[in-house]
Design a protein around this ligand. Sequence first.
Ligand SMILES: [Zn+2]
Length: 489
Amino acid sequence: MWEESDSGMRKIRLDEIIDEKQDVFITVNNKIWEYAETGFEEFNSAELLCAILEDEGFSVKKGIAGISTAFVASFGRGKPVIGILGEYDALSGMSQKGGIARKEPLREGGNGHGCGHNTLGAGALAAAVAVKHFMEANNIAGTVRYYGCPGEEGGSGKTFMAREGVFDNLDIALTWHPLIHNIIVSDSTLANYQVAFKFHGKSAHAGVEPHLGRSALDAVELMNVGVNYLREHIVPEARMHYAVTNTGGNSPNVVQAKAEVLYLIRGPKVTQVQEIYERVCKVANGAALMTETECEIVFHKACSNYISNNTLEKLLYANFQEVGVPKLDEKDKKFAREIKSTLSDADINNALMQAKGALGERGQETVNKLKEKEVADIILPHVHSSRVLPFSTDVGDVSWIVPTAQFGVACNVLGTPVHSWQNVAQGVTGIAHKGMLIAGKIIARTVVDVLINPEIVIKAKDELREKLNGATYICPIPPEVKPSQSTLR
Ligand SMILES: [Zn+2]
C-alpha cells in the first residue's frame, strides 16, 4: 500500500487535484465574497459550501451546535479524525468593489469581506476535497472533516461550537488565514469576554424636576471612570475597550432613563480575563449604587487564548517549503502595484517590521528586498514563539481541546491593513486566488502526513497535554448565552 519513500511524490498528486478543480474553489471564493454575509447569517455561503461537499461525497450535518450556519462535512471512517476549520463571515459596512484600486463601495453601507474569510473558507474546502480524493485513490484509513465555522468576527462561533462538544473527538485541527506574509502562526493570542452593561434609571425633566430623575448615563460615565482607574491594577498585557452603545437619547433636558456600554475585556489567559471581568462587574455595580440605577449585565460571547503546537507547525512549515509561495502573473502584479500606491508608508513599514521580527537582526537584507516587492515572496522562518499577540481568535478554543496549528499565506499586497477597503478589493483577484490554492495544498499535504504517520497524533497530543499542565478546557461562554447577530452590531 503506502511506501514512505515515495510519500513526497504521492503528495504531489494532492496539488494536482487542487489544480484540476481550481475553477470550483475560485468560484466558491468569489461567490462567498459576493454574498458578503455577516456572522450567523451566512446562509448562502454555508449552503454553497455544503452543496459542494455533498457533491464531492462528504456526509454533511447542517445546523450543528444549534447554529443554523454551522456545519460539519465528514469523509472516511475511524481514526485519526482530522478537522479542517473553514470560515466565511463578512464585516458590516465594508462594501467595496473588487479588482479596483480606489475606495468605492459596491453597495452603500453594505457588507464586505475585509478579512478574507471568503478566501479562508475556499482554501479549507480545497484541502478537504483533495484529501478525500487522495484517501480514496490510495485506500487510506481515517476521517477528514470540514468544519463550517460561522461568526468569527466578533461572534466567537467556534467557542459556541466548542461548548456543544463538536470538536471533542478530533485528533488534530488545522486552519489558515489570508495574510500579507507567508508565515506559520505560532504566537498565542488573547482570551476575551464581550459583555454589555445596561443601566436602568428614571427619566425626569432635567430643569424642572432633576431631583426626581436617576441618570443611567451618569452610571455609564461613572463606570467608565472606575474602569479607567482599574487599568493600573491589572496585568499589563490585558486590554479593556468599551463603546457606549446607548447614550439614552439626544435630549440634554431629559434625565436619561436607559444607557448602555459594551465592554471587550482581553488578557493572555482566560482565567485572567475572568478575574478582570469580575472586577469590572464590581465597578458597574458600584456605579449603579452611586446613581441609584439598576445594572443589568448581558454576556455576549468569549473566546480562549490560543495554544500553539510546535509538532504540527513543523509539518506545516515543511509542506509550505515544498509547495512554495504563490506565483503571480503580470495582471496580478500590475494590480498589486496599483494597490501598493494607495497604501501609506506607515502601513508598509509596519508590514516590514513584522517580517523583521520573524527574520531577526540578520534579516535586514531580506527586509530591504521585500520592501521593493508588492506581494511577499518569501516564507518567513518558523520560530516557535511564546509571544502573545494583542488580538483574539476563536481558534483559541479549538486549540485547548485538540492539537491545533495555523498559518498565513500572502493573499494581499504587503502593507494591506486587515479590515480595509484594499483588503476587500483584492479578495476576488488572482492574488487571493493563488494564495488560496497554495493554502489548500499545504493543509492537504499536512493532513495526509498525519493520516499516514499516526505517531504524529501522539506527539502533538503529548505537547498539548504538557502545555495545558493539568488544566482542562472550560468554555468561557456561560451555558445560557446563545450566539446572536445582535451581539455583532
Ligand atoms: Zn479574519
